[in-house]
Design a binder for this molecule. Structure first.
Ligand SMILES: [Mg+2]
Length: 253
């Protein structure tokens, strides 16, 4: 009987040390982290492909994933690849001499970055805070997104008319936005178009479509349209090609 009890105790001791000896426990912990990262990668891909729509917050388990994506280098690599594609396309265009070849660039998280504002909003895990964002924008401290600044300079130097089109409110944020862009090196664009009173309350798709329609009416040929939101790139008068920049932090309807 005593012998049998010793055998059972030995068996339990063996089972207790087995995970440590084989690394099963460590693998299990790593597996949970890998599973979460795999989910967040799927979620980000679905967001970028516009399969997930009208989402209000980043899933809370993806906070660290989005932080690592935005600040750990992959976001910049993704932008570099997209800008390379845009430049290949730009170089295929034969511009005319009438000065009516145009490009449209969005402003927030296209030309200038709000990532440091969103760091304080848990990279989009917290819901949209209009007053908080306005206070941040009023500081005029958004840094340039380097890959897009390079694209902007190339377009201007190549003779394209660059229009910056933003949903920011003209009255409240017009001058600070112009100053912010200037300080960050966005110099030489044809026009910046901000949201005026007549467009307040309109969706980004309706507002930006109307702005592009007016530009086409003026005779501009929109060769390309670049933005971080699908609402920059949907609607009417979209331009010959659209380019979606990554943004896993928020969705603008
Ligand atoms: Mg934007």
């Amino acid at each position: 009987m005593v012998h049998r009890l010793r055998e059972v105790l030995l068996l339990f001791s063996f089972l207790a040390i087995l995970p440590k000896a084989t690394g099963v426990e460590a693998y299990s912990r790593g597996g949970v982290i890998q599973e979460s990262a795999a989910y967040c990668l799927s979620w980000r891909l679905a967001v970028e492909a516009n399969n997930v729509r009208a989402w209000r917050t980043v899933p809370s388990q993806c906070l660290r994933y989005v932080e690592t994506y935005m600040l750990g280098g992959q976001y910049d690599r993704d932008l570099d690849l997209i800008v390379d594609q845009i430049l290949s396309y730009v170089n295929e265009i034969v511009p005319s001499s009438d000065g009516m070849d145009a490009w449209i660039l969005d402003v927030d998280d296209t030309c200038i970055s709000n990532v440091f504002y969103y760091r304080g909003k848990r990279y989009g895990c917290d819901p949209y805070d209009p007053a908080g964002f306005r206070a941040w924008a009023l500081k005029g401290g958004c840094p340039a997104i380097p890959a897009v600044l390079g694209l902007f300079d190339y377009l201007v130097q190549s003779g394209f008319k660059v229009f910056l089109v933003t949903g920011r409110d003209k009255e409240a944020l017009g001058q600070v936005t112009i100053d912010n862009l200037h300080i960050q090196g966005f110099i030489g664009y044809e026009r910046i178009i901000l949201r005026t009173a007549e467009f307040i309350g309109q969706s980004a798709v309706a507002y930006k479509s109307e702005i592009r329609r007016q530009l086409e009416k003026e005779g501009y040929r929109i060769w390309g349209n670049v933005g971080d939101q699908w609402s920059d790139l949907q609607g009417e008068c979209l331009g010959n090609r659209t380019f979606k920049l990554p943004n896993p932090m928020y969705f603008v309807p």
